[in-house]
Design a protein around this ligand. Structure first.
Ligand code: SF4
Ligand code: SF4
Ligand code: FES
Length: 276
């Protein structure tokens, strides 16, 4: 919208009041505070850009990059909430930039965009998430039992198939890792694999064909005991995976059964080690 030019002072009146009204209905000038800097140091830089109805935060960041800050570093790929690349902290909350609509953020205050805090900072909005890719190979891979039929096929209860389906929706955005206080505040990356990889371990442990036993590693090497079920990870997951209730708590129960159940230990002694 352009300012009415009929009276002296009209432009000032527009910028003060009409801009807020325009922004509240999805168009007009909006203010952004983007984190600029490298290697962990930096500061917010203020920008103003024109937005339209339906724009997401990534649209605005790209527009600022194109028109005002060509050297702004920002990572994205799919712009459809599926690659997990555009994770950031928007107004202090871990979110995907490409799935956060400007219309859903308060129109009367600047939109702040910062890099994730649980991983080393590279530049501007980009962090180095490679630690996550080193964690994954440490988890025992899928180990299927022998086929149930001579033709090499298995028989599986549909309920067991459905139980692990939600874990497979993970897009590895690492927003859950970013919000988890064990990684973010206590920096226990060497001792705790984080919610994303507890989801991955749950998908394997609960898979109806898998026979590997990851319970000792979960306790000794992957730090499942550090999770105190705050559920912050579940709240930020863009795929709405019920990380805590459906993955972490059942894994904790299995670890407890394995290590602290004297009756279970006796049964295992008699019949040999076997996965529940
Ligand atoms: S529930 Fe556990 S894994 Fe999830 S954020 Fe809280 S401490 Fe971290
Ligand atoms: S579990 Fe959810 S929040 Fe965590 S990495 Fe996967 S999609 Fe992202
Ligand atoms: S760009 Fe792929 S999830 Fe945002």
């Amino acid at each position: 919208m352009t300012a009415p030019a009929s009276a002296p002072g009209a432009v000032d009146a527009y910028t003060a009041a009409q801009a807020v009204q325009d922004a509240s209905v999805g168009h007009g000038a909006r203010s952004f505070r983007l984190w600029r800097g490298a290697d962990g140091s930096g500061a917010f830089t203020d920008y103003t850009t024109e937005v339209n109805e339906g724009m997401v935060v990534l649209d605005a960041v790209q527009q600022i990059q194109a028109e005002q800050a060509n050297d702004l570093a920002v990572r994205w790929n799919c712009k459809a909430g599926k690659c997990g690349s555009c994770s950031a902290e928007i107004n202090g909350k871990p979110k995907l930039m490409c799935m956060t609509r400007l219309d859903d953020l308060p129109a009367d205050e600047p939109v702040t965009v910062e890099p994730m805090r649980a991983f080393p900072h590279v530049r501007d909005l980009v962090t180095d998430v490679s630690w996550n890719f080193r964690v994954k190979p440490r988890i025992q891979p899928f180990t299927p039992r022998a086929p149930d039929a001579p033709d090499g096929t298995w028989r599986i209860d549909q309920r067991d198939v459905e139980r692990v389906q939600e874990f497979r929706k993970c897009i590895e955005c690492f927003l859950c890792q970013d919000v988890c206080h064990v990684l973010r505040d206590h920096h226990l990356h060497d001792e705790f694999i984080g919610p994303r990889f507890l989801v991955y371990a749950a998908a394997l442990e609960m898979h109806p064909l898998d026979v590997a036993d990851r319970r000792s590693e979960l306790k000794e090497d992957f730090g499942i005991g550090y999770c105190n079920i705050t559920k912050c990870c579940t709240k930020v997951c863009p795929e709405h995976i019920t990380i805590t209730d459906n993955a972490i708590i059942p894994l904790k129960e299995r670890v407890v059964d394995r290590h602290f159940d004297p009756l279970g230990a006796l049964v295992r002694l008699v019949r040999g080690p076997r996965k529940p």
